[in-house]
Design a protein around this ligand. Structure first.
Ligand code: 9MR
Length: 374
């Protein structure tokens, strides 16, 4: 992919080689190079902004530091970023009293230098807890550990964050509890009110950031998603009824090409809107692992899935941000956890292994353009 500048540069070089362009009759003037249609005014962020919402992506902060092409792609396309891992407990806090803020700080600095917004992910989750947690967190200290962690981490970036995923993935109905809560370490150590404690601590630490409950597995038209959506809706209602400082719900949107998305998703978004919540698609990608190796087939179904899902979700004005979980197929979690049986790399993001825009990029942009603005 040539950048706009490279294209313009190439055009000027051609004009220079042709020489004396000003003496040529207008009809035969050196043709101007075609505009680069996927950056600048053609970027995902520009098309999203024109329809009143944000587009961005999760960032591998280690890669950002050493790979200029990756950094450029993010600068060109995103106006909001989130650390894929750097702000989680595990990477951030290798011992109970040591914090490694370098990568998290670097992402916030990158965003500010490039006038992007930043999301924080996340303050309370059952995964990627540091190894010491299982040994040192107890029913006696867990409340204070959670509150102090949130005060320190959200407090460090106070006033600079667009939003924080305060609690991530707290519902798992198959754990069998009547309230649908996942049997997580936080539930075991603090009790079911760990969720509202986390939100209260986050509001105190950063009164400006939007506070988000973020969840997966609530997107599809199937029984498992329906059950989980119902449980998440009950949780959100309960938090609102108790005046917990909750501003938004994040729908992760890890999608599967070929699966049906529809009325259930729309009902969930409308219910959130009815509670006064914003909605963000926080981790969108489309896995192609149920499809054969043929690349044209995979690219087609992945693009259709992006387009169809975004056409649905963006029809609701509560949806204010769309983030993909990565931006180039060079860096996706989908080649690790639950990779394709044939181990071929997934073709799941708006840019391919060579950082060229995929069919999914164009499908996304088309859906963005179709959004009605009120
Ligand atoms: O993409 C992340 C991957 O690099 C980590 O190894 C993994 C560890 O659990 O987490 C991935 O991100 C997850 C996100 O934090 C929460 N929602 C699901 C994402 C994919 O697993």
């Amino acid at each position: 992919m040539k950048t706009r500048r490279e294209f313009l540069g190439a055009g000027l070089a051609v004009a220079g080689l042709a020489g004396c362009a000003k003496h040529l009759p207008l009809r035969t003037a050196t043709p101007v190079a075609p505009p680069d249609l996927t950056t600048g005014a053609g970027s995902l962020k520009a098309h999203a902004a024109a329809r009143g919402f944000l587009y961005g992506c999760a960032v591998d902060v280690g890669l950002l530091a050493k790979d200029e092409a990756y950094a450029r792609l993010i600068r060109e396309q995103a106006n909001i970023v989130v650390a894929e891992n750097a702000m989680k407990w595990g990477p951030l806090r290798p011992t109970i009293d040591t914090f490694h803020f370098e990568e998290a700080d670097a992402l916030v600095a990158f965003a500010e230098q490039n006038r992007m917004k930043v999301r924080g992910h996340n303050l309370c989750w059952h995964r990627q807890l540091p190894a010491w947690f299982a040994v040192e967190a107890t029913t006696a200290n867990a409340r204070e550990l959670l509150a102090a962690h949130i005060a320190q981490v959200a407090g460090r970036y106070a006033g600079r964050m667009h939003s924080w995923d305060v609690v991530n993935e707290a519902i798992l109905t198959t754990d069998g509890r009547a309230d649908g809560l996942r049997d997580s370490p936080w539930l075991k150590l603090v009790g079911p009110d760990y969720i509202e404690r986390a939100f209260q601590a986050a509001r105190t630490a950063d009164p400006q950031a939007l506070l988000v409950y973020n969840e997966y597995g609530i997107e599809a038209e199937d029984a498992a998603s329906e059950t989980k959506r119902a449980a998440v809706t009950v949780l959100l209602r309960r938090l609102k009824a108790r005046h917990v400082p909750l501003d938004a719900v994040g729908i992760q949107a890890h999608l599967t090409a070929g699966r049906k998305y529809g009325a259930g998703l729309m009902g969930f978004i409308a219910a959130a809107r009815g509670m006064g919540l914003q909605v963000m698609l926080t981790e969108m990608d489309v896995n192609d692992r149920e499809w054969p190796a043929d690349e044209a087939i995979r690219d087609g179904v992945v693009a259709d899935c992006y387009g169809g899902f975004l056409d649905l979700a963006l029809a609701d004005p509560a949806v204010r941000a769309v983030l993909t979980w990565g931006i180039t197929d060079r860096r996706t979690w989908l080649n690790g956890e639950g990779a394709r049986p044939d181990k071929l790399p997934e073709r799941c993001l708006p840019f391919d292994q060579k950082d060229a825009p995929t069919k999914a990029f164009f499908a996304m942009r088309k859906s963005f353009d179709q959004r009605r603005i009120s």
